[in-house]
Design a protein around this ligand. Structure first.
Ligand code: SF4
Length: 444
C-alpha cells in the first residue's frame, strides 16, 4: 500500500483521481497532513503542481507513463481551445505542464483543425435540444445510462409526460426568444418505440422545435435490431438528417457477452436500410476494450464498419462504471484490456485516416480502460455541431425526458448552470409538473 500526503481535502480529490489512473484503488492511500507518508506534498502549491509531484512519484513506483499526463478532466479539447484563445501555445503548455504525450497533442491539433470547418460562433439565443427516450430492447452489460426494457404501456405513459414537458419547453423558448440550432434524440434507444409511438413523437418534435435556424436533427437508433424500413421513413418524414446505428463490435461472441441481442447480420441489414432510406449522415459507434476482444478482432470490426459506408464513426473506449452490471461481473476488464486498447486506438487512427476520416471531437470518461479517450471521426463536411458544442460547453442545452440534464450557459461569466430531471422514468412521470417548474425557474 503506497501512501501520499496532501495539504487539504481538495488536493486529496485531485491527486486521488490521478493515482487511480496508475494503481488499483486498494493499492494506495491519500492522507491529509501525514508527515510520514512516502510522498509528502506540502501546502502552498496549486492542484496541478501537486499532481505533477504525485505523477513523478507514481511513475517511479509503477514504471508507467500516461498518455494524458496529469490531465484528469473529460474535455482536453476544450482546454486546448481555451489555451489558444488566451494566446498561449497550447501544445507547449500541454507537454510541459500537463505531461501530455506528443501523440495525444497531435490528435488534439487535428480535432481543433477539423472543428474550424463546421463551428460557428454560438448565437446566444440559439440552443441545442436533447430529448431522451429511456427504453431499450435489453440492457447491455456495460450500460450506465437511463435505460429500461421497453413495454408498450410504459412507453405510452412516458410519452404522455414527455409531451407535457416538450409543450412547456416550447413556451419557455418562446418567452426567452430561443430557437433550436440542433436537436438530438437520444436515450436509451429511441427506435425501440414502435412505429405508432415513434411517429407521434417525432412529428411533435418537428412541429414544436424545427425552424429555419435548425442545422441538424439527429435520431439515435443505437440498437440495429430496432431499425425498420417503416421507422426510417418516419425519421426522414420528421426532417431528421442524422441517425446513429451502433454495432459496438461485429463479432457475435462479443455481442453475446455484452448482452446485445442482435447479430452482425442485423447490423449489416440496418445499414442497408438506412442507405436505402437516404438519411443524410449515418454514425456508427464501436467500442475498444470489450471483454475477450483482441486488437485483431477490433481491426476486423472496424474494417467491416468502414465498408458499410457510414459518414461518421465514433470509437469509444470501454468505461466500466458503477451503474453497470459489468462492474459486478467483471470489474477487472478495463485494467486487463488497457494494453489492447492502446493498440486498438492506434489502429483506429491509422485505418480511419487512410479511409479519409478526420477526428472532430474527443472526450474522456472516468473508469475508462487505460484512461484513454472517445473520438468522433467524420468524413469531411459531416461533423456534428451538437457533439462539438456539448464538448465545448459554450451553448445552452435544453434537455427533456427522464435523466436529462439541461445546461444553461452564461456567456458573460463563461459558466454553466445545471437543471436536472430525475432519472427514474416512473418518478419522472409522477413528478412531471415539478420537472417543468424546475425548467421554468432554471431557464427563464
Ligand atoms: S443500447 Fe445503450 S442505452 Fe441501451 S442498454 Fe445498451 S448501452 Fe444502455
Amino acid at each position: 500500500m503506497y501512501s501520499i500526503s496532501v495539504p487539504d481535502e481538495k488536493h486529496k480529490y485531485h491527486v486521488g483521481e490521478l493515482a487511480k489512473m496508475f494503481l488499483p484503488e486498494d493499492a494506495f492511500r491519500i492522507f491529509v497532513g501525514q508527515p510520514d507518508a512516502e510522498l509528502v506534498i506540502g501546502a502552498g502549491g496549486d492542484y496541478n503542481g501537486s499532481k505533477r509531484k504525485a505523477y513523478a512519484f507514481l511513475k517511479k513506483i509503477t514504471g508507467k507513463d500516461l498518455d494524458w499526463g496529469i490531465l484528469t478532466g473529460v474535455r482536453p479539447g476544450k482546454l486546448y481551445n481555451e489555451l489558444k484563445a488566451k494566446g498561449a501555445d497550447p501544445e507547449q503548455v500541454l507537454k510541459e505542464q500537463y505531461y501530455v504525450s506528443d501523440e495525444k497533442i497531435a490528435l488534439l491539433r487535428r480535432v481543433s483543425e477539423c472543428q474550424k470547418t463546421v463551428k460557428r460562433s454560438p448565437d446566444p439565443k440559439a440552443a441545442g435540444l436533447y430529448i431522451g427516450i429511456p427504453f431499450c430492447p435489453t440492457r447491455c452489460q456495460y450500460c450506465s445510462f437511463t435505460s429500461n426494457t421497453i413495454t408498450k404501456p410504459a412507453a405510452t405513459a412516458y410519452l404522455v409526460a414527455l409531451f407535457k414537458e416538450m409543450d412547456a419547453v416550447r413556451t419557455i423558448m418562446d418567452r426567452s426568444g430561443r430557437t433550436a440550432e440542433s436537436i438530438y434524440i437520444g436515450g436509451g434507444t429511441p427506435t425501440s418505440l414502435d412505429e405508432e409511438d415513434l411517429k407521434a413523437f417525432l412529428m411533435k418534435v418537428r412541429e414544436l422545435f424545427v425552424n429555419e435556424n435548425t442545422v441538424e436533427f439527429t435520431v439515435e437508433g443505437g440498437r440495429p435490431e430496432t431499425i425498420t424500413e417503416g421507422k426510417l421513413a418516419i425519421i426522414k418524414e420528421a426532417g431528421a438528417d442524422r441517425i446513429s446505428i451502433n454495432p459496438q463490435s461485429m463479432k457475435q461472441h462479443t455481442l453475446d457477452l455484452i448482452g446485445r441481442r442482435h447479430s452482425p447480420q442485423q447490423i449489416r441489414e440496418a445499414f442497408a436500410l438506412a442507405d436505402k432510406a437516404g438519411i443524410g449522415v449515418v454514425n456508427a459507434d464501436l467500442i475498444t476494450g470489450l471483454p475477450e476482444e483482441t486488437p485483431e478482432d477490433f481491426r476486423e470490426s472496424l474494417s467491416e464498419v468502414i465498408a458499410l459506408g457510414p459518414e461518421n464513426i465514433t470509437v469509444h473506449t470501454l468505461a466500466v462504471k458503477r451503474a453497470s452490471r459489468m462492474i459486478e461481473e467483471d470489474p477487472g476488464v478495463a485494467l486487463r484490456q488497457a494494453d489492447n486498447v492502446r493498440n486498438m486506438l492506434e489502429d483506429a487512427d491509422r485505418m480511419l485516416t487512410d479511409a479519409g476520416f478526420e477526428p472532430y471531437y474527443l472526450y474522456r470518461q472516468k473508469h475508462m480502460a487505460g484512461n484513454f479517450e472517445n473520438v468522433g471521426w467524420c468524413r469531411p463536411g459531416t461533423a456534428s455541431l451538437y457533439n462539438i458544442r456539448i464538448m465545448e460547453e459554450d451553448q445552452t442545452i435544453i434537455a427533456m425526458g427522464a435523466g436529462a440534464i439541461s445546461k444553461v450557459y452564461f456567456p458573460a461569466e463563461n459558466r454553466l448552470e445545471r437543471v436536472p430531471n430525475v432519472s427514474n422514468y416512473e418518478i419522472y412521470i409522477e413528478r412531471i409538473e415539478e420537472m417543468i417548474a424546475r425548467k421554468e425557474a432554471g431557464i427563464l
